[in-house]
Write a protein that binds this ligand. Structure first.
Ligand code: ADP
Length: 483
């Protein structure tokens, strides 16, 4: 745990007592503050109470006038502005109490470390390196990949944030520690502090419109990170990234530090300065300073299939390059990465049919990448449909043999694809899998049963992880039955 010292002796309101909220309460307490906790969920409240935390109903104005809170710390799942601010957030505004999140606390606490450690030899204070990764798709993959590469290279490294442990749950920094943090737009929009050594922007596609008041709000939330990042790696294949890259370039050419901002692109023709990584079909071309080029061979990466994963490798490469790891070491790390569950995870094979779990493909762009990576697809899709047109999926119809539609989104998908693609209304995941497996086997050629829903999971499952776990278990049961 990273203790948060700067609210020492003060009361701090903590709203939301899930994974990050509980870590926040512990970190505040360890730093000498008194966290005053609330969650609308009874079970979370009792868990916090059992751990000895002070509970008070933050909906009550009396609590606010009694406590004179130094801050309100919000969990990422709780809206701070759109579609409507949580009523407790409005109370914080009314009582002029700053609203922050665990990322803001973490980065402030890390920034204050040198002061805490100042002893007789202040020049030897060892400040950790912070890498923050944001984007619409691929954040977890890149975060885990960078973590893995650094680990393999023998560096002290920890990862957290939106993946794995909450940031305040991470261990205090060891010698030359690297923290690799996955940050969502909810986190970058609110954090009071975002200072980091390397910020990475992977890509941009429509998502989370409700929480950011539309596409512009979503982009601004992500862009905020780069007001504070000392150096940056930017995926420039969408206009948002291309724009951001251009804004970040230091236009004072004489002093331009070419290596401060790196671009990652699919397009060889972009003249975006020397420091860039170009994604090619089986390799990366890395443009280093002083006109040097390096070619990194990516053939045969079974755990990082598809063009989007080459982009992820390119971003990870550029980040690790900034961390001063040699190309050879980075490549060795990429080659030994095992991939993450629910992201194009191959969960089984029966004869010529491979079963792939991409339950994390909850938006159009992620789904498109999956549909682009395979042929002869028996596609399981649907769930809770999101805003932001599904039209783009039509481009991949040639790769799909048939769709098996589930959940609430079945109607929308049927209307969109029905004219051009055979489909079945399977309703449930189990039924869709059974039908898809039979038809895929009947093809007699190599085929893929792919769960890439293009929708959220919440109509039928508590989370995309539950949906992916259910799919994996059903596939394994099917395979065992057959054997
Ligand atoms: P995030 O943490 O941003 O949600 P993940 O690494 O968990 O990203 O991947 C989410 C989904 O996006 C998966 O379906 C995955 O296959 C897909 N995906 C991964 N990387 C990319 C990328 N660079 N571009 C588009 N889609 C991607």
């Amino acid at each position: 745990m990273i203790p948060v010292p700067h609210y020492n002796t003060r009361a701090v309101a903590v709203l939301g007592l899930g994974r990050s909220g509980m870590a926040t309460a512990r970190a505040l307490k360890a730093g000498g503050a008194t966290p005053v906790c609330w969650d609308d969920n009874e079970n979370s409240l009792s868990a916090a109470e059992e751990e000895g935390f002070l509970i008070a109903n933050l909906h009550s104005e009396q609590v606010w006038s009694e406590h004179s809170f130094a801050a309100l710390i919000l969990s990422p799942g709780i809206p701070h502005l759109y579609p409507a601010p949580n009523p407790i957030v409005k109370l914080a505004w009314k009582y002029a109490v700053p609203v922050d999140n665990d990322v803001g606390l973490f980065l402030t606490a890390i920034g204050e470390l040198p002061e805490q450690q100042l002893g007789d030899e202040p020049e030897f204070v060892d400040v950790p390196t912070i890498v923050c990764i944001t984007g619409s798709n691929g954040k977890s993959t890149v975060t885990a990949l960078v973590h893995h590469i650094c680990q393999q290279a023998g560096r002290h490294v920890q990862m957290g944030g939106n993946i794995g442990r909450g940031v305040l749950d991470l261990a205090p920094p060891g010698e030359q520690e690297i923290y690799v943090l996955e940050l969502s737009s909810y986190q970058t929009e609110l954090a009071s502090m975002l200072t980091c050594d390397i910020g990475a922007f992977l890509n941009f596609s429509p998502d989370h419109f409700d929480r950011h008041g539309g596409q512009g709000g979503y982009f601004s939330a992500k862009r905020r990170l780069f007001e504070f990042a000392a150096s940056a790696v930017i995926g420039i294949d969408q206009d948002e990234g291309f724009f951001l890259h251009s804004v970040l370039l230091d236009h004072d050419v004489e002093y331009r530090d070419e290596d401060r901002v790196s671009a990652v692109t699919d397009n060889r023709d972009y003249c975006v300065g020397k420091s860039r990584v170009v994604v090619a079909p089986d390799h990366l071309v890395v443009e280093l300073q002083a006109g040097r080029q390096e070619k990194v061979d990516l053939t045969g990466l079974a755990n990082l299939r598809g063009a989007h994963n080459r982009q992820n490798c390119a971003i990870a490469f550029a980040i690790c390059h900034k961390l001063e790891l040699p190309a050879k070491t980075i490549l060795a790390g990429i080659k030994t990465f095992r991939g993450l569950p629910h992201r194009m995870e191959q969960v089984g094979q029966l004869g010529k049919v491979v079963f792939v779990n991409d339950s994390k493909a909850t938006n159009v762009d992620a789904t498109a990448k999956s549909l682009d990576a395979f042929k002869n697809i028996y596609w399981i899709a649907g769930g809770q449909a999101k805003e932001g047109g599904l039209d783009k999926l039509k481009d991949y119809i040639p790769n799909i043999k048939k769709a098996f539609l589930i959940g609430e989104g079945a109607d929308v998908l049927a209307r969109l694809l029905g004219q051009e693609l055979p489909f079945e209304r399977s309703d449930t995941l189990q039924k869709a899998l059974e039908q898809a497996a039979i038809e895929a086997a009947a093809l007699g050629e190599e085929a893929v049963v792919l769960l890439a829903p293009a929708c959220a999971s919440f109509d039928q499952f508590p989370s995309f992880e539950h949906r992916g776990d259910a799919f994996r278990a059903q596939v394994l049961a099917l395979i065992n039955k057959d054997i």
